[in-house]
Design a protein around this ligand. Sequence first.
Ligand SMILES: [Zn+2]
Length: 202
Amino acid sequence: MISTLLDGNRRFVTEIFDKERDYFAELAKHQRPTVLWIGCSDSRVPVNTITQTRPGEIFVHRNVGNIVATNDWNLSAVLEFSINHLQIPDIIVCGHYGCGGIAALDEDNDEDRYIPIWLNNAYKAKERVDDKLLELYFSISPEQRMNLIVEENVRLQLEHLQEYPFVRNAMNKGSLAVHGWVYDMTSGDIKVVQRNNVACRD
Ligand SMILES: [Zn+2]
């Protein structure tokens, strides 16, 4: 597998890089991405492929479950650099149906040490959906329920984003907008998550 990657890199150099030397030479001097992507680490959700974007266009942070944790120094530094230094005007939190991280919210996991701690940051999404389902007079399939939790998790993480004071300030100034998306691995489509029903935190 590793040698396959290096073979792929050689093909990239001859078939793409060498043909667009000016583009990559300019990129080597500076980056001006206009979007910060906060997505899941899942190998089936490759941001540049599913959005047909090029190197230099999207600043990327990925983790299990596309989670925005307010005690995550990794993401904090990414956000600070994106907003204060790159002046990125748009942040996208993108989840995906069939997310193993979100499915694990239903599992009692005694083996892993870190995954359950990490997923605590998404637990409220599951609670909100299950509370709503209790009020319904009809039942939905387990897959539909999981899809709703994936969508609610995106809304929840958008709320967490706004707990960072400098994110909130940039939004209030009008220099930053945040967006919630979900990627469907079975069709390739991206769905925009409606945020009308987001519970207000203040
Ligand atoms: Zn995932």
